[in-house]
Write a protein that binds this ligand. Structure first.
Ligand code: AKG
Ligand code: FE2
Length: 622
């Protein structure tokens, strides 16, 4: 299964000889400079990495023939003089903060040279780098490695104190899916500097100092750009690294499931058929709408953005899982970006919080950064879907569907991690206490039995189905005016019927269960829609007449164009509604005219208060 598993980070060390007695317990052997750690810090070597550890190390590869504009050729390993020249040619490296880039040595301290200044040599790029990229792609589980390229982004230099706090890399160019770091040999090497890559509760650690003194060694790491990573402090020496964007070129192709998945694919098909069959049998005991819904949500491992989400460009394990789902003919699949936004009050952690507040206001130096603030009460929380993607492309119609996807997650898995992906703190503002905002991002595959094409709308509820129905009907009109081909029109008509059937199912015991607004909205379809809708007319009218809110409903329904026309044409069911309305009016008339009243309780007559007062009094004509 080697080509179906995807690791989130790949680290290729130098392969130099093992040394005993390394300070932090790690030797620079291949086995020990690569670690997986659980989040609690327990280290355990990942047995999956055996293969890569046996393959040729990069000290067998040629070093780049580095040349830097304004500095000239830079021999490797990097000597003291070239290092000084590079440091003075470079500039402090900023980091991305929201839409801007910010210089803050607390967050990032290193010197950078832009790709445009640096030449690694065409030969090295085409041969050695291409090999490194191929290895990285194999280890990361990239499904079409032949279209992956590494584009140089920066040359980075870290002096003692250099570091980069935990962050995720933004997509710096279209198709970017990961980052490749190639560490260059520097005379004397460096101490400190662990690259720690976190993903889905796991951490992979590269002790970059191990082997950094090897004169001909390249050490590399690659990771998916959405994985949080950090470089801990360099404590001595100098670290030099080329950072590349890993990019997929060309359009990603929707993948077929790997051959090893045949058994899983068969099992999936059988499971979907059983699911579909179970849905066809109404089960009054099934209770929750979630159980009965024909939709399930499969959370993906990685995060994606509107620009890089694509069936053909999924990362690691996600690619295999989605190819399996998409390969199942019985299933419909969409990829969906889901965001959760939470705003809340900040936990008051100190009994003297009020004093703290005053001190914050008084002193500009006081730390009100909120770095250690925690949320207390939630003021508002909202889960939204940002993009629905089918294998054909974005499905705009779906983006407005207010479906609570977190209700439908397979195996009751959590859709969002406990830690937010983004947080924003707002300190004390006037009379308001500090607030925190959290954003959580998740990408999911939404699946449903293909025999129920409207399952997502149905799971979202009555209004979603009704909106979809009206949208389709309007679309049908547009298609008819554009003289669309027969099969498309048929497919549209099928969708409309399917939606209407979903509406009736959602009404549960029938129209009686619907809200008044929903009844009015439906009336035009049952009175003037396609034959399949009109078949429901008797049940619809009977339900209206049976309802306790019959009086208001009739008042709202009879002026509706479709209903009024049916009455004018003498349609029998419409006539029962009109007659019921007439009976109600007769009852009102029989009670005689109401006593007219001229009460004006809010009357104000400026300058003539006594007139105003008398208008406010009860003034009935007897
Ligand atoms: O220096 C490294 O190894 C990592 C650098 C990094 O994370 C970045 O440039 O975004
Ligand atoms: Fe980074």
């Amino acid at each position: 299964m080697a080509d179906t598993k995807g690791s989130f980070a790949w680290i290729k060390d130098c392969g130099c000889a093992s040394k005993d007695g390394d300070e932090d317990g790690a030797s620079c052997s291949q086995e020990s400079s690569l670690h997986d750690e659980d989040l609690d810090g327990q280290s355990n070597v990942d047995s999956d990495t055996d293969d890569e550890e046996r393959s040729p190390a990069y000290d067998l590869r040629r070093l780049p023939s580095l040349s830097v504009r304004g500095v000239g050729p830079v021999p490797l390993p990097l000597g003291r003089e070239s290092a000084a020249a590079l440091l003075s040619a470079g500039s402090p490296a900023p980091y991305g903060h929201g839409l801007s880039t910010v210089l803050d040595p607390e967050v990032r301290r290193s010197t950078q040279l832009d790709a445009a200044e640096v030449d690694v040599g065409a030969g090295w790029r085409e041969e050695e780098l291409a090999g490194i990229v191929a290895d990285a792609c194999a280890a990361l589980g990239v499904r079409s490695p032949s279209s992956a390229r590494a584009h140089l982004y920066k040359l980075l230099l870290y002096e003692p104190g250099g570091h980069f706090r935990p962050h995720r890399d933004t997509e710096k160019e279209p198709g970017m899916f990961g980052t490749l770091v190639v560490q260059l040999p520097v005379a004397g090497g460096h101490e400190g500097g662990e690259l720690r890559v976190r993903h889905a509760g796991q951490v992979r650690v590269w002790r970059t100092a191990a082997g950094s003194q090897e004169p001909a060694a390249l050490q590399c790491a690659a990771f998916y750009a959405d994985c949080e990573h950090e470089l801990t402090m360099i404590t001595s020496g100098l670290r030099a690294a080329l950072v590349f964007n890993l990019v997929q070129t060309g359009p990603g192709r929707v993948q077929r499931p790997p051959r090893q998945f045949i058994r899983a694919a068969n099992a999936l098909t059988a499971a979907v058929r059983a699911w579909d069959a179970a849905l066809a049998v109404p089960d009054p005991g099934a209770g929750s709408k979630v159980q009965a819904a024909a939709v399930r949500v499969v959370p993906l491992d990685h995060q994606y953005t509107k620009t890089n989400l694509s069936f053909g460009r999924l990362k690691g394990r996600d690619a295999a899982v989605v190819s399996l789902l998409h390969g199942c003919k019985e299933l419909g699949v969409h990829l969906v970006l889901v965001h959760k936004h939470v705003r809340g009050n900040v936990q008051a952690r100190y009994p003297w919080d009020h004093k703290r507040r005053r001190r914050c206001e008084d002193s500009a130096d006081e730390d009100d950064s909120g770095d250690d603030a925690e949320m207390d009460d939630i003021i508002e929380e909202e889960v939204t879907t940002q993009l629905w993607l089918s294998p054909r492309g974005p499905e705009d119609e779906m983006s407005g569907v207010g479906i609570e996807l977190d209700d439908f997650v397979l195996d009751d898995k959590e859709l969002f991690f406990q830690d937010p992906d983004r947080r924003e703190y707002e300190g004390y503002m006037g009379n308001y206490g500090p607030t925190l905002q959290y954003w959580y991002y998740s990408t999911v595959a939404v699946i449903w039995p293909r025999s129920r094409p409207m399952a997502v709308f149905e799971a979202a509820g009555f209004s979603a189905v009704l909106d979809a129905l009206e949208w389709r009907l309007a679309d049908e009109g547009r298609q008819a005016s554009q003289q669309q081909q027969g099969t498309e029109v048929e497919a549209g008509a099928r969708d409309v019927q399917e939606l209407f059937a979903a509406l009736i199912r959602l009404a549960g015991s029938g129209f009686a269960a619907l809200g008044a607004g929903q009844i009015v909205a439906l009336s035009k379809h049952v009175f003037a829609g396609a034959a399949a809708f009109r078949a429901h007319l008797p049940a619809f009218c009977a339900a209206v007449l049976d309802r306790p809110d019959r009086k208001e409903l009739l008042l709202a329904l009879l002026p509706e164009v479709a209903v009024a026309e049916a009455v004018r044409a003498g349609e029998p069911h419409a006539m029962t509604l009109a007659e019921a309305m007439a009976a109600q009016l007769e009852a009102v008339v029989a009670r005689g005219p109401p006593a007219p009243s001229f009460e004006q309780p809010d009357a104000r007559v400026p300058g003539y208060p006594q007139v105003g007062t008398s208008l406010c009094n009860e003034m009935r004509m007897q």
